[in-house]
Design a protein around this ligand. Structure first.
Ligand code: BTN
Length: 137
């Protein structure tokens, strides 16, 4: 059988829990989503705006209920443990045309600056696309 989509393997819902990798090579693990839609996890960034040694950092987030939407919107923040920066991500968990789950996100990275005159250059913005890592399930 060539090139078709196996519709039987299409996940009904896009589920945030699990391990993900993004277009930069950063990985994250999202834990169970509780009844209020809240979750915790850990983030291992592949890159940094600082010269500090990268360390795995905690994340905390929340999603809208999957009862109402099989492709939930979500947000999470990463409190970097190796720098004084913070990143917030927001996005949506989609099932793409091949049946693969994908997280389409945008982020804001707030860096620490020494003085208010430098505030203008303290925030970066970008997008990241995450796909599920099946290696260590
Ligand atoms: C820092 O540089 O102070 C902390 C690390 C920031 C990593 C950023 S967050 C947005 C982007 N996506 C990633 O996976 N890593 C970078």
């Amino acid at each position: 059988l060539c090139c078709g989509i196996n519709t039987e393997s299409l996940p009904f819902q896009c589920v945030l829990t699990g391990k993900w990798i993004n277009d930069l090579g950063s990985t994250m693990t999202i834990g169970p989503v509780n009844g209020d839609g809240n979750f915790g996890g850990s983030y291992h960034t592949a890159v940094s705006a600082t010269s500090n040694k990268i360390q795995v950092s905690p994340l905390q987030g929340s999603q809208h209920p999957t009862k109402q939407n099989s492709q939930p919107t979500f947000g999470f923040s990463v409190k970097w443990s190796f720098s004084d920066s913070f990143t917030v991500f927001t996005g949506q968990c989609f099932v793409d045309e091949n049946g693969n789950e994908v997280l389409k996100t945008m982020w804001l990275l707030r860096s620490d600056v020494d003085k208010i005159q430098d505030d203008w250059k303290a925030t970066r913005v970008g997008i990241n696309v995450f796909t599920r890592l099946h290696s260590q399930e």
